[in-house]
Design a protein around this ligand. Sequence first.
Ligand code: BG6
Length: 277
Amino acid sequence: MIQHKQLENGFEYIEISNEASQAKIALQGAHIFEYKRKGEEDILWLSETSDFEKGKAIRGGVPLCWPSFGMNNPDLPQHGFARLGMWKVARSQETDSKTTQLVLELNETPESLKLWPYRFHLELRIRVSDTLCMELTTTNTDEREFKITQALHSYFLVSDISDAAVKGLDAKPYFDALSAQTCVQKGDVVFMEEVDRVYQDVKEALFLSDKNRVIKIQNEGSSSVVVWNPWIEKCSRMSGMKEDAYLGMVCIESANAYGDFKILKPRASHTLKALIS
Ligand code: BG6
């Protein structure tokens, strides 16, 4: 079932339900804010105190950072503007009883052109099944080339941050955004303090292991992965987040960030894909 719903304040979202899974996707930002397999716990973390209103990013789920990751382009707002844009449903399809597909699209607007002077076509293809597949395709519809950095900024639910570990990054170089140093990962990534890192040269699948489950993340079109947990102090000053929220979440972001930027010539496309299983 694919239902178009709205909250009392007019905030619109699409609710998907099939025999294998369910998901909710806000039109603002093409933001997936719920995904779970039938009868199981949520895969994505969503803040209990998140805003659901025009002009404010949902805290949790999968915000889209585009056309700039973080402050990679200092002329743009943090994480770009696509997460606050009003996307349109281009297509939807119930492929079989366990699989639903939804395609959302965003083009330049007079406001986006003021921030970033390029015409573009963005498409997010979402496949909701016993796995969650997200493919974000950027097409340059301008006459000049442009440069993007981006991320599928997935927030994952963990039972307790002290049991969480990200596997698959051993020996990978990373840029530590906290110290501004480049370091090399030793073993699994575990969380005992604030972590804000951009791993490089990542082609292999990653695994988020927790007390009760293991989530696999396989990216394509990307060689950078951001791992982030705000920990105590940053969490207490973040919007839409309770003080202790850092205990139950970890972000593993499928990215084209920092040196892994993409330059697109007119009419060229690039797809960033993440498969979560
Ligand atoms: C992460 C960054 O990708 O996003 C963090 O690495 C940042 O530094 C976090 O704090 C959340 O960003 P925002 O803009 O959603 O508060």
